[in-house]
Write a protein that binds this ligand. Structure first.
Ligand code: HEM
Length: 458
C-alpha cells in the first residue's frame, strides 16, 4: 500500500468485518491466505498488522470467531500506537507531503457478535421503513379508518363471502368517516380502502415477528452480548408499543365529535407520536446494525473533527425534528392551506400565524403555523446539511465517510425539492408518499455519517 497523495487511497484498504473478504479472513483465523497476504505486503507495517491479526486469531481458534477473548485487545492498542506514530510523522518515507490524514486502518475490531446479528437489524430497519411508507399511503388514500376494531389474531383473516363483506361495511357505516365524508361509498370502494389498511396492519405483524423471532434465536444461541441484549429487548418492546400506538391513533378518528364541523381525521398528536416512535425504532435499528457491521475509522482527534462530529449529531437531530413536524402537517392537512413558495400567499409571514389562543396552541393546532414551522425546519435542515458538507471539505476524510457526506447533501436536495413540489401541486398522493419516504432516506444518510465518524474507544 503506497501513499499516492490521493486523499482516499490509504483509508480504503481497511480490512473489516463489513468487507466480505476481511470479515471472512477475520472469522477463519490464520489460514494460508492470511499468512500469504501478510508476506506479500510491501510495507513492514502492513505485514506486522497481518501477523498481529494472525496471532489474535490463533488465540481464539477454538471459540466461535465472534467470541473474542479480551487478551486480543493489546493488538488493537499496539496498532493504535503505530498509528499515532504515523500521525506524528505525517507522511511515509519517500512519499510527498500531503494534507492526507494519517492512515486509519486498524485491525478489525474484536467482533463480539456474528455478522448475522448486524444484518438482521438492517433488515428490520428496512421492514420498519416499509411500514412507514405503507402507513403514509394508507393515510394519503384516506383508508386508515376503514377497519373499526382491532384483534391481534382474529382480524388476520379477511372477509371472504359477500355476507362477511357486507357485515364489515355495515360496521364502518356506524362511524363518522362514513356518515360525514363517505356516505355515497360503494362496497367495491370500501374494499379498496379496507385492503389498504389491512395490508398496513399485516405488515406491522410481519415487522413484529421479524424482530421477535430472530431475537429469541440469537439470545438462545448466546450471540448477544449483555449491552446488546438490553438494546434488543428495548427494540422488541418498541415494536409492540408501536402497534398499540397505531390503534390508539386510529381510535381518535373513530370518535364522534358533535361540536366539530371538521372532516373526521385522527389526532395530529397521536399521528406524530406514531410516526415519531416508528422513526425512533427505525433509527435505533439502523444505528445498531451499522455499528455492528461497519468498522470504525481511526481518525486523528483534531479540533476540526470534533466539530464535524458535533455538527453531524446536531444535523441529525434537526432532520428528526423536521420529519416529526411533517407529521403535524400531514395530520392537519396543513399542506393545503398555502400552496405557494417561498412566500405563503402574498406574504412572507402570513396574517393568521398566531390566530389561535393561547399562542402556544398555534404551534401544534393552527395549520398555517404548522406549515410555516415545517418550511422553516426543512430549510434549516437543508442549510445545516450544506454547511456540514462545506465544512467537511476542509478535513481529510476516508473515502467512505466522504461518500456519506456527499450522499447526505444529495438526498437533502432531493427532499427539499420533493417537499416544495408536494406543496405547489396540492399534495398529490404519489409525490407526498415519496416525500415521506425521502425523510427516511435523509435520516439514514445522517445516521450513516454519524456512524462513520464514531470515535474509536480508548
Ligand atoms: C429536510 C427536509 C424535510 C423533511 C425531513 C420533511 C419531512 C416530512 C415528513 C416526514 C412529512 C410527513 C409525511 C406523512 O406523514 O405523510 C412531511 C410532510 C410534508 N412536507 Fe416535508 N419535509 C422536509 C422539507 C419540506 C419542505 C422544504 C417543504 C415545502 C416547503 C415540505 C412540505 C411538506 C408538505 C406539504 C407535507 C404534507 C404532505 C402530506 O399531507 O402528506 N417539506 N414532510
Amino acid at each position: 500500500m503506497t501513499n499516492t497523495g490521493t486523499r482516499t487511497h490509504c483509508f480504503t484498504t481497511c480490512s473489516s468485518p463489513a468487507d466480505g473478504t476481511g470479515a471472512a479472513q477475520h472469522r477463519r483465523g490464520p489460514g494460508p491466505g492470511t499468512t500469504g497476504r501478510a508476506g506479500r505486503e510491501p510495507s513492514g507495517t502492513e505485514g506486522s498488522e497481518g501477523r498481529q491479526r494472525g496471532k489474535a486469531a490463533q488465540g481464539r481458534a477454538r471459540s466461535p470467531s465472534w467470541v473474542v477473548p479480551p487478551s486480543t485487545r493489546p493488538a488493537t492498542a499496539r496498532s493504535a500506537q503505530h498509528l499515532r506514530r504515523g500521525a506524528q510523522n505525517g507522511t511515509r518515507r519517500g512519499a510527498a507531503p500531503s494534507r492526507q490524514a494519517p492512515r486509519t486502518h486498524l485491525p478489525p475490531p474484536p467482533a463480539r457478535h456474528p455478522p448475522a446479528v448486524g444484518r438482521w437489524l438492517l433488515v428490520c430497519s428496512g421492514a420498519v421503513a416499509g411500514a412507514v411508507v405503507l402507513g403514509g399511503v394508507t393515510r394519503l388514500t384516506e383508508s386508515g379508518l376503514s377497519m373499526v376494531d382491532w384483534h391481534l389474531v382474529k382480524e388476520m383473516k379477511p372477509p371472504r363471502t359477500q355476507q362477511e363483506w357486507e357485515a364489515e361495511f355495515q360496521k364502518y357505516q356506524q362511524f363518522p368517516e362514513f356518515k360525514i365524508l363517505n356516505h355515497d361509498m360503494t362496497l367495491a370502494e370500501f374494499k379498496f380502502i379496507w385492503y389498504m389498511e389491512y395490508s398496513h396492519r399485516m405488515w406491522g405483524r410481519v415487522v413484529g415477528l421479524a424482530y421477535i423471532l430472530p431475537a429469541a434465536y440469537f439470545w438462545r444461541r448466546g450471540w448477544l452480548s449483555r449491552p446488546l441484549k438490553g438494546r434488543v429487548l428495548a427494540l422488541c418492546g418498541l415494536v409492540c408499543f408501536q402497534g398499540l400506538l397505531g390503534w390508539y391513533m386510529v381510535k381518535s378518528g373513530l370518535e364522534e365529535k358533535p361540536d366539530s364541523y371538521d372532516i373526521p381525521r385522527v389526532s395530529q398528536y397521536r399521528l406524530a407520536a406514531h410516526l415519531g416512535s416508528a422513526l425512533v425504532l427505525y433509527s435505533a435499528s439502523l444505528w445498531t446494525g451499522l455499528s455492528l457491521l461497519l468498522p470504525r475509522h481511526k481518525l486523528p482527534e483534531t479540533h476540526q473533527l470534533l466539530r464535524l462530529r458535533q455538527y453531524a449529531h446536531g444535523t441529525t437531530a434537526l432532520i428528526f425534528l423536521t420529519a416529526l413536524s411533517g407529521a403535524f402537517v400531514a395530520g392537519l392537512d396543513a399542506g393545503l392551506v398555502y400552496n405557494s413558495f417561498p412566500k405563503m400567499g402574498e406574504r412572507w409571514i402570513p396574517d393568521d400565524l398566531l390566530a389561535f389562543s393561547p399562542v402556544l396552541r398555534n404551534i401544534f393546532e393552527n395549520p398555517t403555523t404548522v406549515q410555516f414551522d415545517h418550511r422553516i425546519l426543512g430549510i434549516a435542515s437543508f442549510t445545516a446539511v450544506t454547511a456540514l458538507y462545506l465544512f467537511s471539505r476542509k478535513i481529510p476524510l476516508p473515502r467512505r465517510t466522504r461518500m456519506a457526506v456527499t450522499s447526505l447533501l444529495a438526498v437533502a436536495c432531493m427532499q427539499v425539492g420533493l417537499g416544495i413540489s408536494t406543496l405547489l401541486l396540492y399534495v398529490p398522493t404519489p409525490l407526498a408518499a415519496t416525500h415521506q419516504s425521502g425523510s427516511l432516506a435523509l435520516l439514514s444518510m445522517a445516521l450513516w455519517l454519524m456512524s462513520e465518524l464514531r470515535r474509536v474507544p480508548k
